[in-house]
Ligand binder design. Structure first.
Ligand code: ZN
Length: 358
């Protein structure tokens, strides 16, 4: 074994034995070391946004000129076609931030490790509330970015998971309008038996390259519509769908141009087809979600994005952070801080919660 490799192994052991708090501290130290190479946020966004020339984000006009700076140092532009002025950060996750790109990058390092809000806030020098808003702004943008990608192909294993409906953070507001847990009757009714409306149905699929799709579809038991809502347009035509015996997948695979292999009777393997990746994915996802001690239903899609687009991917740590940064810088949408906090308790009932511009 070469000296370099021995050193690497030693370091790996050392880091492996650290608590996540110690790791966060180490990252803080390392990112301080990196100070010299920290990139300028406006330059980073402009490189992408204006790659094809200066274009106005409001009217699409091409007569855009620099026009001074905002108080936080952000470059301002004015459009000669529509007369409106804007900053380079308009409609990006970074709009209105006073923190630099290095701080955001450090925050994404914390997310790639699945750190808690308190630990992430401490590592980045931001408040718990800011850490919360950043988490969901980043995940909203990642969700939009991931949805624009091609999706799953080849042998695709699909199965649904169920999570309890949670009004975490909304309990008081929701009980006031008479629809919260207080409204639930126990005892006489039969509606709580089996897969009741108190469970959120999340169809999931994973291919052999490790790409995964999962999204909140409806309350209660799975249906062909629910499967179509989540897998439709995200599983390539000609792929082979492997599922358990659930009939919801038959209609979907026929209409989506997929062949279907159903593995029934509690088995996992049928020749070269199996649902072992799917079962492993569900265990992985369950552990990831359980670590947050109850995820509010209104944010569940964001946690699914976090798991699928970051934690569950096969990319190395540095690559994960770089991919996150690229994806959120390229995603334009007008989700403000306020909207992140005032999302409806059960987003399934509200369509187009994101005002996507791309
Ligand atoms: Zn314009």
């Amino acid at each position: 074994m070469s000296k370099q490799r021995q050193d690497k192994e030693k370091l790996k052991k050392l880091i492996g034995g650290m608590s996540s708090e110690e790791r966060a501290m180490l990252m803080e130290l390392l990112s301080g070391e990196r100070g010299g190479e920290s990139r300028d946020m406006d330059g980073f966004i402009a490189e992408r946004r204006f790659a094809g020339g200066h274009v106005c984000p409001i009217c699409g006009g091409a007569h855009v000129q620099r026009n001074g700076h905002q108080s936080n140092g952000s470059q301002k532009y004015v459009c000669r076609d529509c007369g409106k002025s804007f900053t380079i950060r308009k409609d990006t996750v970074f709009a209105g931030t006073r923190k630099d790109l290095a701080t955001w990058e450090r925050y994404m390092e914390c997310m790639a490790q699945g750190l808690s809000l308190d630990r992430s806030a401490a590592a980045c020098g931001i408040t718990h509330a800011t850490a919360f808003v950043w988490r969901h702004k980043i995940l909203d943008a990642l969700g939009v970015a991931a949805d624009g990608k091609a999706g799953l192909s080849g042998i695709v294993e699909a199965d649904e998971t169920f999570r309890p409906v949670s009004y975490k953070g909304d309990a008081r507001r929701f009980s006031e309008c008479g629809a919260g847990r207080e409204a639930r009757k126990r005892g006489g009714g039969s509606h709580t038996r089996g897969l009741s409306d108190e469970l959120v149905c999340v169809p999931c699929a994973v291919d052999r390259k490790g790409n995964a799709v999962a999204m909140v579809a409806k309350l209660g038991k799975c249906s062909a519509e629910a499967v179509g809502k989540v897998l439709g347009g995200r599983v390539a035509q000609g792929s082979t769908l492997c599922t358990d015996g659930d009939k919801s997948y038959r209609k979907f695979s026929a209409s989506n141009g997929n062949s279907l292999v159903q593995i029934k009777g509690g088995r996992e393997v049928k020749g070269i087809f199996h649902i072992q990746h799917s079962n492993a994915y569900h265990r992985f996802l369950g552990r990831f979600l359980d670590a947050f001690h109850g995820v509010s239903t209104k944010y569940l899609n964001n946690y699914l994005t976090w798991n699928n687009a970051v934690v569950h991917t096969r990319a190395g740590f540095r690559q994960k952070v770089a991919d996150m940064l690229d994806a959120i810088a390229d995603t334009l949408f007008s989700e403000t801080c306020l909207k992140v906090l005032k999302r409806p308790p059960i987003p399934i009932l509200v369509k187009n919660q994101l005002n996507t511009k791309l």
